[in-house]
Design a protein around this ligand. Structure first.
Ligand code: GTP
Ligand code: MG
Length: 386
């Protein structure tokens, strides 16, 4: 991890309201961002894009931070230190494996929810220690939930996961790969998502709007109006028709630009996260989400009592278990069939032997009768005595 000076536009902490700014700037702060959502929606690409566009004066930002772009299989943590006018932000970005890889997707979110709870738990335990300095704080301040750009609305799995996340963390829904939707469809899609969020009572992060400064109120309104934020991710520099090099994705019809507000809301989202609303995200995490967790735990546990380990099942293990159970059942069934066939064979053999026995019995009877007749004839003729 290295200290990286920011360009003059900075991360904006220097513009925060004075009092709060003084408190935070004294110590520097820890800001943790998490991305999650279905597999292949561009979460890892977004992280690379964020680093590449935020830390502008690093010589080769791609080389410094670029994550290998293949399927993310484990929770991955990337850290960077940002500095502006003597103010430090320790930025932590948490990449998570996408859902959608399991036969049974229902619990694929479990490790993510568990991770968020674990950070609250770990902070709470550290607060309960006699020595509270040097606490390690990885509580998630903002969780970006990537929505597939299907043009319809949220899927049942999205709704289920977003509900669970929204009650634990500042949840920020984003529309992935906005370059794949035409502008009219994007507007309709946004409206449908907003409606679903309302209908299903999903709790999402709403930034405060009112301010004494008119410009700030207007800016906040623009940010709030843009949600769910549409994003385009790319670290590639491509050439626009006017010859300018921009970050974006090249198509036969032109270039989809990451930082062009007419193409997507990446810039608004980045501003919200690390410029205009970072402090609000920090305070709501502390005062709302962490406090909720603390109160819930305190209601069921004694002070200092360890958390009851209700181990969440890992979906991968569950699949394996399901596979084993199926193969076991098939084996038992085939053994049972084999046993029944063998039993049937024995019964048939027994019947055959019984029949043979009967035949032999009747033959013996017949022979005895014949013998009797012979005796009678012989005794009549006086030759044989019985
Ligand atoms: N069209 C388009 N493609 C994108 C965008 N962002 C990423 N991609 C592409 O989508 C593919 C998957 O990107 P990743 O960043 O690996 O996706 P992910 O969400 O991290 O996937 P998992 O790690 O499997 O969960 C890559 O080929 C990216 O180049 C985008 O904004 N638009
Ligand atoms: Mg990934």
């Amino acid at each position: 991890m290295s200290i990286i000076g920011l360009p003059s536009t900075g991360i904006g902490i220097a513009h925060l309201p004075n009092q709060k700014h003084r408190i935070v700037s004294k110590k520097g702060t820890q800001f943790t961002l998490m991305v999650c959502g279905e597999s292949g929606l561009g979460k890892s690409t977004f992280i690379n894009t964020l680093f590449a566009t935020t830390i502008k004066n690093y010589k080769i930002p791609e080389k410094r931070h670029a994550k290998q772009l293949d399927k993310t299989v484990d929770i991955e943590i990337t850290k960077a230190e940002l500095e502006e006018k003597m103010f430090r932000v320790n930025l932590t970005v948490i990449d998570t494996p996408g859902f959608g890889d399991y036969v049974n997707n229902r619990d694929s979110w479990a490790p993510i929810v568990e991770f968020i709870d674990d950070q609250h738990e770990s902070f709470m335990v550290q607060e309960q220690q006699p020595k509270r300095e040097g606490k390690i704080d990885m509580r998630v301040h903002a969780c970006l939930y990537f929505i597939q750009p299907n043009g319809h609305s949220l899927k049942p799995l999205d709704i289920e996961i977003m509900k669970r996340l929204g009650s634990r963390v500042n949840l920020i829904p984003v529309i992935a790969k906005a370059d794949t939707l035409i502008p009219q469809d994007l507007i309709l899609f946004k409206n449908n998502i907003r409606q679903a969020i309302e209908d299903y009572h999903i709790r999402v992060y709403c930034c405060p709007i009112e301010s004494e400064d008119e410009h700030i109120t207007k800016r906040n309104q623009d940010i709030a109006f843009a949600s769910p934020f549409s994003i385009i991710g790319s670290t590639d520099l491509v050439q626009r028709s006017d010859g300018q090099q921009v970050r974006g994705r090249e198509y036969s019809w032109g270039v989809a630009e990451v930082e062009n507000e007419a193409h997507c809301d990446f810039k608004k989202l980045r501003n919200l996260l690390i410029r205009t609303h970072m402090l609000d995200l920090l305070t709501t995490t502390e005062e709302v989400h962490y406090e909720n967790y603390r109160q819930q735990q305190m209601a069921t546990r004694q002070f200092g009592e360890p958390k009851a380990t209700k181990k969440q099942e890992n979906p991968k293990f569950r699949e394996k278990e399901e596979e084993l159970r199926k193969s076991f059942t098939t084996k038992v069934k085939s053994e049972e069939t084999r046993f029944r066939e063998w039993e049937q064979k024995l019964i048939n053999e027994r019947d055959r032997l019984n029949k043979d026995l009967e035949i032999h019995h009747s033959q013996i009877k017949q022979l005895e009768l014949e013998l009797d007749v012979l005796y009678q004839q012989a005794s009549r003729s006086g030759t044989i005595r019985r």
